[in-house]
Design a protein around this ligand. Structure first.
Ligand code: ZN
Length: 455
């Protein structure tokens, strides 16, 4: 890699225009790390911008030097699927605590799901969430708008007003609920085309999953919990890719979880359908066998599936059928999870353990490179959301959203150490690799050595 120097590029100019506080961030030299896990190169950050990338850079006077020997340098991670719970669910999480968790996980942007109280279905609510994110300043917060009023599945929400608001919403989702009415789904897909938006569908046929508690299969039959058949997810995805093709619009499939879903998306992409898909870290790691202990920490929507499904989603992520990893971070108060399986809430936390799980399941197994990780956890989620500020290359002139990740240490996950209010981590007590050495948000450290850097 040859040294490059900052020039007056569009992104540098944008950085100067949008970040008054960016100029105040001190110069910082990340020394000896490996950008994208490839050749060793230093990264120099000045005034919130990457000013040079190359071997043996010299530090300007007064610059802080971060020893990144042995570390991987990545663009800051972007989560397309986060539940921040605010407004209305502050007992579970707030924008402040959720974005602290995001920063600890190496994220510099999260997309906040709309299933809050009130629902984020108007310009007023999405602008409120945006403002909370700006006040917290741990990472960028991009509100996702609801597709239907109140997530009711009956009338389209004010998609246009949300798109035109200060929050510039481009991703719309009723996540938690499926837009199951095909006419409404068709209209939503048509509508977002006018501003290059995307519908992110929670694919779950409501009739096929009435009373469902876990994946329908051998384990559910043996332990006596109501099953949730794979076809309830696959039938909606099949319908939606055909609808997206029919109207020529963009579809994003949330938290795809079955082998059949991977096959359908693969088929749709071969046909040229403009579809993208995500998988969660927990669906890359865990199976329905976890339900045997009736510990509701493993109760999640969509449910943990079989070993064959886990293999299929890993393969789909490796071959590009699945475009991104998104956390579906879903914090809950203890009393919603520490109870009998049948009455416990669906959902698990994920922001603070996502990259460790991806490293363990995909990188340490030789399935993905770190270059691929940058693609699935930063570049592509930003592109799907049409966010031009995130998922940028590690190159001179770019805004310095940067993660320095040390892949060597391994530690037992203790949710008590998490910044999230949620303690419902499905990997509590498990050992995960990696450590967040440094996270920069526009050049300003948000995390050092996995601890939040107060600002
Ligand atoms: Zn969902």
């Amino acid at each position: 890699m040859t040294p490059t120097t900052a020039s007056t590029t569009a992104s540098a100019a944008d950085a100067a225009a949008t970040g008054a506080d960016r100029a105040a961030a001190p110069a910082l030299l990340i020394r000896g790390g490996r950008p994208y896990g490839e050749d060793v190169a230093d990264v120099l950050v000045e005034d919130g911008t990457i000013s040079a990338v190359g071997p043996d850079l010299s530090a300007p006077e007064g610059a802080e030097i971060v020893d990144a020997e042995g570390c991987i340098v990545l663009p800051g991670l972007v989560d397309l699927h986060t539940h921040l719970r605010e407004p209305g669910g502050e007992e579970a999480e707030t924008v402040e605590t959720g974005t602290r968790a995001a920063a600890r996980g190496g994220f510099t942007a999260v997309h906040a799901m709309a299933n809050t109280t009130p629902v984020a279905d108007t310009a007023g609510v999405v602008e409120q969430v945006l403002q909370r994110g700006e006040d917290a300043a741990w990472c960028a917060v991009h509100p996702i708008g609801a597709v239907t009023v109140g997530l009711g599945g009956e009338r389209l929400a004010e998609l246009d007003a949300m798109a035109g608001s200060r929050a510039r919403v481009r991703v719309f989702s009723d996540d938690g609920k499926c837009v199951s009415d095909p006419v409404l789904m068709r209209r939503a897909l048509e509508y977002v085309k006018t501003f290059d938006g995307v519908i992110a569908q929670h694919a779950q046929d409501p009739r096929l999953t009435e009373g469902a508690q876990m994946h329908e299969g051998r384990v559910s039959a043996e332990i006596g919990l109501t099953g949730w058949p794979s076809v309830a997810e696959e039938s909606i995805i099949a319908r939606d890719v055909l609808l997206a093709e029919h109207v020529g619009s963009r579809l994003h499939v949330c938290h795809l979880s079955t082998a059949g879903s991977v096959e359908i998306v693969r088929w749709a992409k071969q046909r040229g359908v403009d579809v993208t898909a995500e998988v969660t870290p927990h669906h890359l790691l865990l199976t329905d066998e976890e339900a045997r202990g009736y510990d509701a920490v493993y109760k999640v929507n969509p449910p943990l599936r079989t070993r064959a499904d886990v293999e299929a989603v890993r393969e789909g992520l490796a071959d590009g059928t699945i475009d991104i990893v998104a956390t579906d971070h879903a914090p809950h108060p203890a009393d919603a999870k520490d109870r009998e399986w049948d009455t416990a809430a669906f959902g698990m936390t994920g922001l603070e353990t996502a990259l460790g799980i991806v490293q363990q399941t995909m990188v340490d197994t030789g399935t993905l490179t770190w270059r691929d990780v940058a693609r699935v956890l930063s570049e592509t989620p930003a592109r799907i959301a049409r966010d031009l500020d995130q998922g940028r290359p590690l190159a001179a002139g770019e805004v310095a959203h940067v993660l320095v990740w040390d892949p060597r240490p391994a530690a037992e996950v203790d949710p008590e150490e998490h910044a999230s209010r949620g303690r419902n981590s499905p990997v509590a007590g498990r050992t995960l690799p990696g450590r967040n050495r440094l996270t920069l948000l526009a050049g300003r450290p948000t995390v050092r050595d996995s601890r939040l850097a107060e600002h």
